[in-house]
Design a binder for this molecule. Sequence first.
Ligand code: 4NP
Length: 158
Amino acid sequence: MIRSVLFVCLGNICRSPTAEGVFRHRAHAAGLTHLHIDSAGTANWHEGKAPDPRTVRAAARRGYDLSPLRARQVQVSDFEQFDLVLAMDRQNLRDLRSLVKAPRHDEQLQLMLDFVDGWRDKDVPDPYYGGAEGFEQVLDLIEAASDGLIRHLQSGRP
Ligand code: 4NP
């Protein structure tokens, strides 16, 4: 049974805090109120910082408050703390796999978009160096994946 989910991207200031806030909001609305939810970055560059202001603004327009979140770097010990670790893109997935080499952790680790039909093995694109539409696309993809993940958790399948 899955009781905890960690979302991981590169900086932990755009995609994974969006996933944390969107999934928390939608899971709660769906009655999944006892999950432990967090996010982290594979890099430590933004440790302690709030999410990117563009991320906070785009999420706020859809009703998600990301302002209390603070960035942190992913730790090997996260694989003991979290049942499911979801990478935003394939590079994040490779970085996580090289961080935790124990095969027993393989099944905890998946791509976020594996929970969207037709998006298996695809990336949530990094919006950091792009325009405003990138932040909207991140939200679109993460809302779809959050709903797919909620359906998966409600199904009781492993
Ligand atoms: P994130 O986006 O991985 O979605 O948080 C990025 C944030 C910062 C940087 C790159 C990506 N950066 O190069 O600082």
